[in-house]
Design a binder for this molecule. Structure first.
Ligand code: GAP
Length: 478
C-alpha cells in the first residue's frame, strides 16, 4: 500500500486533501492522471450499465437533500458507526475495525480458550463472532464486552485503556440560508440510492420505462467516517455508482435476478477493468450483519494490500425504501402495470459500488515491479493516455514539428501525452509508471521514410511502423 500511495503522489494519481494547509484527514485530491483514470472507470461503468442497456435509465440527483428523505430512509436514526477512544494516546477508531482487525491477526491464539461471557454479551453472540470474525450488527455493549474479554490493545500505543463504545451518526448536516435551526437543516446525501427512490415517480411519468427496469446514478456521497487510513479506500467524500433495479416479485424470480447481477458485476471487474479473478471473492452477509429490510446481501470483495475488503455490494432491498417514502411523503408511489392495471410497490435489487474503490483496486491490481522499473499494466481502455509521442531531441525543430503533427492527428481519436523533456529512457520510465501502453518516437529516420518507433509498455519491445499506420495499430491493440 505504501508503494501505491508513493506512486500516486509521485506521478499525480492522488494527493492528500488540503495538504498545503496541513491536510484534512480522509480526503484526497485526484491529480492529472488520477482524474483521467477515475473518469475512464466511471465512463466504463456508465457505458456498460446505462448506455448499453435499454432497461436502465440514468439520473443525476442533488447532493443536498431534504432532511425528511434521510428520516424516511432510516439514516437519521440508524446510520451510525460505533467509535472508541484510547484514553492513553487519544487514538480514535471504529470499534468494529478494532475488534475485527485484532481478531484477524490473533484468532489462533484464542482457539482453545473458553470465555465467560456473562458481562454484556450472550454466549451465542460471542460464538458467532468467533466463527465469523465479524461484529456488524452488534450493539455498543456487545462490542465493549468483546474488547474487554480479548483484552484488545491499542494498535498505536499498545495499552488497553479504552473509553466506552459510543455511536455517532455518519450523515453530514448542512444549514441552508442564513438561519440555523431545524427548519433550514438538510443533509449531504449519504448514498446516491435515495435519489432514485425519491425520483421514482418522476422517472415513471417522464420516460417510457416499464418493469423490470433500473435507475442508475453516478455521483458523490458523503459520510463522516473514522478510518484507518487506507488511502482512497474509505473517505469522507466518495463517488458511488448505484443501480436500483425495480421489478414485480410476482413476475420476476428475485433469486435469478440476483444471480444475474452477480455475473454482471464479476464480468465488469474482470473483463471491463481487467482485474484478476483470483483476487476476487463473494461474501454473503450473515443474518446479524444484513440490514433488517434486506432479504439477501452479498459483497464482491477484492484482495487489497490490506486484505479482502468490500468493493461492491449487492442487496435485495425488497419494497422497503419506496414504502418508507410513500409513508413519509404521503404520496402514492405505486406502479401501475400497463397491461393488467395492477397497482403495487415494486421490489428492488441494488448493486452499489464505490468508483474510488474500483480505482484503487485497478491501481493495486496493475502495479508491477519489473527489475528497476515500476509498471502499471492497465488495460489500454483505462490508461490515462493510450499513447505518448516524443521527438527524439527537443532542440531539433524538424523532429519537434513532425512529432507535433502526429500528436495532433492522434489526439482526434485517442488520449495522447506529449513529452520532450530529458532523455528517451526517462520518458519511457515515466510513461510506464502512469500506465501508458505505447510510446511513439519520432527520430531522424522518420524524416527520411515517414516511419516511427512504437514501444510496448509491457514487453518493452520496439517496432517500426509507418506514421499512417499508427491509428490502426492503436485501435487494434486497444
Ligand atoms: N445504497 C447502499 C450503499 O450505499 P454501502 O455498502 O454503504 O451501500 C456502497 O456503499 C459502496 O460504496 C461500497 O461497496 C463501497 O464501494 C462504497 N463506499 C461506501 N462508503 C465509502 C467510503 N467512505 N469511501 C469510499 N467508498 C465507499
Amino acid at each position: 500500500m505504501d508503494k501505491i500511495t508513493a506512486l500516486a503522489k509521485r506521478r499525480g494519481f492522488f494527493y492528500p486533501g488540503s495538504e498545503l494547509y496541513g491536510g484534512v484527514a480522509n480526503t484526497y485530491d485526484y491529480g492529472p492522471v488520477g482524474a483521467e483514470l477515475l473518469r475512464n472507470v466511471r465512463n466504463l461503468w456508465w457505458d456498460t450499465f446505462v448506455h448499453k442497456r435499454d432497461d436502465i435509465v440514468g439520473l443525476d440527483a442533488s447532493m443536498i437533500s431534504h432532511q425528511e428523505i434521510w428520516k424516511a430512509s432510516g439514516h437519521v436514526s440508524g446510520f451510525a458507526d460505533a467509535m472508541i477512544d484510547c484514553k492513553n494516546c487519544k487514538l480514535r477508531m471504529r470499534a468494529d475495525h478494532l475488534i475485527e482487525g485484532y481478531w484477524d491477526v490473533n484468532k489462533e491464539k484464542f482457539q482453545a480458550q473458553h470465555f465467560d461471557t456473562a458481562d454484556g454479551i450472550q454466549q451465542d453472540k460471542f460464538d458467532t463472532f468467533v466463527k465469523t470474525g465479524k461484529v456488524e450488527g452488534y450493539d455498543t455493549k456487545e462490542m465493549a464486552s468483546i474488547i474487554k474479554l480479548l483484552h484488545i490493545p491499542c494498535p498505536n500505543c499498545a495499552k488497553s485503556d479504552w473509553t466506552d463504545v459510543r455511536k455517532f451518526n455518519l450523515l453530514f448536516p448542512v444549514n441552508l440560508g442564513i438561519v440555523e435551526g431545524d427548519q433550514s437543516l438538510a443533509y449531504l446525501r449519504g448514498e446516491t440510492a435515495q435519489g432514485m427512490f425519491v425520483n421514482f415517480k418522476n422517472v415513471l411519468a417522464s420516460t417510457r420505462v416499464k418493469l423490470p427496469f433500473g435507475i442508475a446514478q453516478l455521483g458523490k456521497s458523503f459520510r463522516n467516517e473514522i478510518t484507518p487510513g487506507n488511502a482512497v479506500f474509505r473517505t469522507l467524500e466518495f463517488e458511488q455508482g448505484e443501480i436500483e433495479y425495480f421489478f414485480d416479485p410476482d413476475e420476476t424470480n428475485w433469486e435469478e435476478l440476483f444471480e444475474n447481477w452477480k455475473k454482471l458485476m464479476w464480468e465488469f471487474v474482470t473483463k471491463g477493468l481487467g482485474v484478476k479473478g483470483a483476487n476476487l471473492r463473494w461474501r454473503e452477509h450473515s443474518d446479524e450483519e444484513r440490514s433488517f429490510y434486506s432479504k439477501r446481501t452479498e459483497d464482491l470483495e477484492y484482495q487489497f494490500p490490506f486484505g479482502f475488503k468490500e468493493l461492491w455490494g449487492l442487496a435485495y432491498r425488497t419494497d422497503y425504501d419506496l414504502m418508507q417514502h410513500q409513508k413519509f411523503s404521503k404520496k402514492d408511489l405505486q406502479y401501475t402495470d400497463p397491461v393488467t392495471n395492477k397497482k403495487f410497490i415494486p421490489h428492488v435489487i441494488e448493486p452499489a459500488v464505490g468508483i474510488n474503490r474500483l480505482f484503487l483496486m485497478v491501481l493495486a491490481d496493475s502495479y508491477v515491479e519489473d527489475g528497476e522499473r515500476v509498471v502499471l499494466k492497465l488495460r489500454p481502455q483505462l490508461a490515462p493516455f493510450t499513447a505518448a509521442v516524443f521527438p527524439l531531441l527537443a532542440n531539433k525543430e524538424e523532429l519537434v514539428a513532425k512529432a507535433r503533427d502526429i500528436y495532433t492527428a492522434l489526439g482526434k481519436e485517442f488520449r495522447v501525452a506529449w513529452d520532450d523533456r530529458g532523455n528517451i529512457g526517462k520518458r519511457y520510465l515515466y510513461q510506464d509508471e502512469i500506465g501508458t501502453p505505447w510510446c511513439v518516437t519520432v527520430d531522424f529516420q522518420t524524416l527520411e521514410d515517414d516511419t516511427v518507433t512504437i514501444r510496448d509498455r509491457d514487453t518493452m519491445k520496439q517496432e517500426r511502423i509507418k506514421t499512417s499506420e499508427i491509428p490502426a495499430f492503436l485501435r487494434q491493440k486497444n
